[in-house]
Design a protein around this ligand. Structure first.
Ligand code: V47
Length: 388
């Protein structure tokens, strides 16, 4: 073992919180084996041999975006070739299809469309609710929420936007749009987007309103290791706030997203390597001791690496997905689907027990496309003695 890791190993074994300095050591250490082993210890304490997945669909309602983030190959300008926006009826139709295919969740995000009115978003949620009443709607990043607060003639409060969306059917917020919480990186790679303070404020407001959310970090472009550490620390502080103030909701999962350069203005950059992906995911598990879940999003990590990540701190590999437009791994098609037997096989082969969950990490009992939430099951998640 790298001797610099020995004191950290002792803390992890004793269930003590790691410091920012420990995080710095972990991010610079070359001994990926020890880091993985420690992350796996934490993961197994919390989740045993369970590995979660869900049956979901992603839907990107528009690629028209007022921003021009350099890492993004998805956005188009209004009127540009390939620009699109879905009509509400089309979205409802997709939701109906997803629901009859057995999906428990629809995950909806899109660009910052300059002309769609606020009613488009509430109509969309109501139409999905009507078409697929059981399906959980996880939708709109913090960036979209701030945009929605600004689009009407009279600007709204973030709390009011979230309350209106919740009333129309919104179930939770996804973790996107966080990128890297640093002003230099912000100005270099996603100028014009909301900054960290606003992103965190939207999530805090969501938590106050009882909307669970996730958090991401898009790494492997122009940020430094120190920036990654700072990002994790801000997320940990925000989660401490939610827990200490006993807010009705909190972050559920951290999802490290490796930058995929293809099609973006930063395509000259190599993107992170497999080892970097493993290390960062493991460090997320070790530093974010107040997050229940670490997700290896297989669409971006690839399924083979997501399998390995189950041994490096991940307990969740997201879902069946089907259509994913934001990144197309190796420039391929947007049709990115894995069927349930293949997902489960990947988990079993890695030595874990596949557990189907809903968006809120409750266990699902399934008979074909028919399913129910096992409400009475004690949450399979963290036992109180597993908490640091
Ligand atoms: O916010 C954009 C990222 C995010 C690229 O909450 C890119 O369960 C890599 O947030 N390379 C959207 N990443 C995806 C997202 C997400 C995914 C899965 C599950 C959940 C969840 C959330 O994708 C964006 C941005 O950070 N992204 N371009 C790119 N070239």
């Amino acid at each position: 073992m790298d001797q610099a890791l020995a004191p950290i190993a002792r803390k992890v074994e004793a269930g003590q919180r790691l410091s920012a300095e420990d995080g710095r050591v972990l991010l610079h250490a070359r001994d990926i084996w020890t880091i993985g082993e420690l992350a796996n210890l934490v993961r197994r304490r919390r989740h045993g041999d369970a590995a979660y997945y869900n049956i979901n669909r992603h839907l990107n309602y528009t690629n028209v975006c007022a921003l021009s983030c350099k890492f993004c190959g998805f956005y188009r300008k209004q009127g540009q070739d390939g620009a699109y926006e879905y009509a509400v009826e089309q979205i409802a139709q997709e939701a109906r299809k997803a629901s009859s295919g057995g999906a428990t969740e629809i995950h909806i995000v899109g660009g910052l469309h300059p002309y769609l009115p606020f009613s488009y978003y509430t109509d969309m949620l109501r139409a999905i609710r009507a078409a697929a009443p059981k399906m959980h709607i996880k939708a709109f990043t913090a960036v979209e929420i701030v945009h929605l607060a600004r689009i009407d003639k009279r600007p709204r409060e973030i709390g009011q936007v979230l309350a209106d969306l919740k009333e129309a059917g919104l179930g939770s917020l996804p973790g996107g749009g966080a990128e890297v919480f640093d002003d230099r990186v912000h100005d270099q790679a996603f100028k014009g987007k909301i900054r960290s303070g606003q992103w965190l404020q939207v999530h805090r407001t969501a938590h106050e309103l009882g909307l669970m959310s996730n958090a991401t970090m898009l790494y492997g472009h122009v940020e430094s290791l120190e920036d990654r550490l700072h990002h994790f620390m801000l997320l940990r502080d925000e989660q401490d706030y939610a827990l200490e103030h006993q807010l009705p909701a909190r972050f559920q999962a951290i999802i490290p997203l490796p930058f995929l350069p293809d099609g973006s203005d930063l395509k000259h950059l190599p993107g992170p390597s497999g080892l970097e992906n493993l290390r960062l995911l493991a460090v997320a598990r070790l530093l974010l001791d107040n997050f229940d879940h670490v997700k290896a999003f297989w669409i971006m990590q690839t399924l083979p690496l997501a399998q390995v990540m189950l041994d490096y701190g991940a307990d969740d590999i997201d879902g069946t997905v089907v259509w994913y437009d934001i990144t197309k791994v190796t420039g391929g098609t947007t049709h990115q689907q894995v069927d349930v037997p293949s997902l489960r096989r990947a988990i079993v082969e890695a030595g874990y027990r596949p557990v189907e969950r809903d968006t809120l990490y409750r266990r699902i009992e399934r008979h074909g496309a028919d399913w129910r939430v096992l409400e009475d099951e004690p949450e399979l998640l963290i036992s109180s003695d597993a908490k640091p």
